[in-house]
Design a protein around this ligand. Sequence first.
Ligand code: ZN
Length: 374
Amino acid sequence: MGALILKGGNVMDPAVGLNAVADVLIRENRIASIGPGISELGAEVIDVTGHLVTPGLIDMHTHICWGFTDIGLVPDEICPQSGITTIVDAGSSSWPSMGSFRSQIAGPSNVRVLGFSNISSLGIPTAGTPELESLKFVNIDRTVVSVAENGDLMVGIKVRQGNHLVGSNGLDPTRLAVEAAEQLAVPVMVHVGNTPGPLSDVLDLLRPGDIITHAYHGYAHGILDDHSAVWTDVIEGHKRGVIMDVGHGAGSFKFDVAQAAFEHGFFPDVISTDIYTSNVDGPVFDLPTTMSKMLNLGMPISDVIASTTSIPARVIGRDDLGTLRPGSVADVAVFERQSGSFEFCDSHGDVRRYPQRLVCRHTVRDGHLWYSAE
Ligand SMILES: [Zn+2]
């Protein structure tokens, strides 16, 4: 493989605090160097002047178990044009299906595939399957063994804590998920929205590094009080180290909630799509669209990039990813920041026009130019 130079872009790598106009030299499958005026004999040069050059994106909440779940998308069909080089499935699979996850999903994919193991043995066969209606579906020992044996693939435990999914089991599913995760020293990702009690009750069960996904959902027991201020308990849980993840989805992101929260400075730690079959054609579309919504709602661009690179890398225990640090695997994305009037829709049918949009121009995966627009 020859060398590749991305020339003249605005290079943003929050992991190392880099934000400067520079060239990026890729040799073999690694980031070789970053700096001004790089040249190398025989290298392919791509002019990215005026564009944003970032680490390849990590989408930390997706559903990609196509073939054995109803909701799964094919990872290599959705990643290259979005700048995603690492995609994380959020609990579609679990210990009985982990072999399929490895052999049918992760193995054949060009994108790097990782996953959270569902605490329910059922995984998520369909969006509406109540996989935790009975706690007979939870086997902590088998879950711990399978995640431990697949440590290169599995990064945490997923639990869906919605009323319609847990029946009369209250918060026991989250307790069990934390119990399994503690044995593995991995994070728990908790799906919230219409939980059996207030969000603070869920937060009380979580450890620093555990994740609330669907943070801006817009249903009962959310982050806001009656006056559209963020609950003090929620702010404290966040300060204690619980991670707030967007997890947009078909039903889990409301503009009004995010806007009110952002006005109080309550931004997400991680921006993820929760992309699956019934939202890929809207309202989610892709990760750059979800990032654009956050940008337009007032989240600074450097935070938007950190929330899709360095921070999810840290949250899933993979600090080697989500950075352009020389020596790292050459996973890189190039974005154009467009100005105009663009339409966006949330999960509750609220359509808004906003002036900014991020569009992926190039994606480099493992040193290879994987995607170029046009
Ligand atoms: Zn999901």
